[in-house]
Write a protein that binds this ligand. Structure first.
Ligand code: MN
Length: 489
């Protein structure tokens, strides 16, 4: 990637004036990185330009692209923050400072597996940097992706370390931001370096299976497409093979029996509106036998990262098992680029034409991970143990419903008290009895995704020290400890 190529790519997305700003940043960074080389032997500047190119591809805003071009100048050259602010303004300086802080915080990490900075100060910086403006994290993800794509030039030890950290931290972060396409690429590359033998074995295995099944997959695709045309539902339809890494995880779960892995192949249908999604689902169920427990309505109930789609797995007349994903174009853009795509929408918001265009699918605040990050940063500053924070940030999540149908997103393994504190700390503090799915549940009852939890409170009830055994979230633990302290004073 060089200057001309990047400017050419920017042409579709940015105006002449905006491209002038991009050019100024390229010239600035080129002078600063002059003489530095990448491990591949190429001039260093190819790296920040490639990162900017990835970001343009993700449709991010102008500030993020410029920040990406300059992202390594603070850390790797004599450039000062003031210099960046003077030349490119406060917003861009803020983004670059954030990206640099995330790198600095990462350097303070303990052993690889504990993917969080070691010191409270570093952790706090890390969270504040990414929580204040999630564009920082998106730039960091593009940076990491380019480093992964060029990993072959590094020593085996470095390859292993970077691949491991990418899988443990960056793939999860991408997932949290709803950036599905990025998550998959990070997983595929990382896994190919971490377990090269397994990777190539699985690649061969799918190729064999898929070659046999592809013809049948296309037959199903055409069948569905024909009926959609008949019903005048405009659509795009494509078949695809699941990623090697997700196959690896499924096989591990099903004792290596590939016949148990149903959704090796998936067909994706993109339609014009939400109601067409449901119509399409009906048409597919009319054609093929659905596997009932595999029907998922992520449109009515989006995933915690904002992902929306209808999923169904069906058995065709010739015994093929195929997963269908049905969504609108907007849901599809979000599934691929997630948070990054939403910056683009924010950019539109500022222009006059915004209201004529489609609106942003805004998430309720309690499901928005970046607002959770801000809360987590606060918990760190208040002294919450780092181990507790880790569960909140990177653990798998479950959905819990209140009796009114409000959804709460909690870490896997949460208890009723975690739910009570998630609703409100007063409710947590005065919890007396829990009713889970209509039945009284004990304090040590672990919740499952989809549970409906009702909390009965009593003003005379107060936190007890053994409550600490029945909480998983840092928030609940913290609130209980605070109450216990004030009581004993
Ligand atoms: Mn970099």
């Amino acid at each position: 990637m060089d200057k001309d190529e990047l400017l050419k790519q920017a042409k579709d997305r940015f105006s002449f004036m905006q491209r002038n700003k991009i050019e100024k940043a390229i010239d600035f960074a080129s002078v600063k990185h002059n003489g530095q080389l990448r491990a591949s032997g190429e001039p260093y500047i190819t790296h920040p330009l490639s990162v900017a190119s990835i970001l343009i591809d993700w449709q991010v805003d102008l500030d993020s692209v410029i920040a990406a071009i300059l992202h390594d100048t603070l850390e790797d050259t004599d450039t000062t923050l003031q210099e960046i602010e003077d030349n490119f303004g406060k917003d861009i300086a803020f983004l670059i400072d954030g990206v640099t802080k995330v790198s600095a915080a990462r350097k303070g990490m303990r052993e690889i597996k504990s993917y969080l900075p070691k010191t409270r100060d570093n952790l706090s910086k890390f969270l504040i940097a990414i929580g204040k403006d999630s564009r920082v994290l998106v730039i960091k993800l593009a940076d990491r992706l380019h480093n992964l794509r060029t990993l072959k030039y590094l020593s085996p030890e470095k390859q292993h370390k970077i691949a491991d950290e990418s899988l443990e931290v960056f793939a999860r972060l991408a997932d949290r931001l709803g950036m599905g396409r990025v998550r998959v690429e990070i997983e595929e590359i990382s896994f190919s370096y971490l377990e090269p033998k397994r990777y190539s074995y699985l690649k061969k295995l799918t190729k064999k299976r898929v070659a046999k099944a592809y013809a049948r997959l296309y037959k199903v695709k055409d069948e569905v497409s024909d009926i959609l045309k008949e019903q005048k539902i405009k659509h795009q339809i494509d078949g695809r093979i699941k990623s090697i890494y997700s196959l690896h995880r499924k096989l591990t779960k099903y004792d290596e029996d590939i016949n148990e892995v149903y959704d090796l192949m998936a067909i994706r249908v993109i339609v014009g509106s939400k109601s067409s999604c449901y119509k399409t689902l009906g048409i597919i169920h009319n054609l093929y036998q659905p596997i009932i427990h595999k029907i998922k309505d992520y449109i009515a109930t989006p995933k915690t990262n904002g992902y929306q789609s209808l999923h169904t797995t069906v058995k065709t007349s010739d015994d093929q098992i195929i997963e269908f994903q049905i969504r609108t174009k907007q849901m599809h853009d979000f599934a691929e680029n997630g948070m990054a795509a939403s910056f683009h929408y924010n950019e539109q918001k500022q222009s006059k034409n915004y209201f004529k265009r489609r609106s942003v699918s805004a998430l309720p605040e309690h499901l928005d991970w970046t607002s959770q990050l801000k809360q987590t940063a606060k918990l760190v500053q208040e002294g919450t143990p780092i181990e507790d924070i880790k569960v909140d940030l990177f653990g798998d999540r479950i959905f819990i419903y209140s009796p009114d149908g409000d959804i709460y997103d909690l870490p896997e393994g949460s208890f009723p008290l975690d739910f009570a504190y998630a609703v409100h700390s007063d409710i947590g503090d005065s919890s007396k009895t829990f009713i889970v799915n209509g039945k009284i549940a004990r304090f040590d009852h672990q919740l499952n995704s989809g549970d409906v939890v009702e909390v009965k409170t009593s003003q005379s009830n107060h936190p007890k020290s053994d409550w600490l055994k029945y909480v998983k979230t840092a928030k609940a633990r913290n609130k209980i400890k605070t109450k216990l302290k004030t009581k004993s004073v």
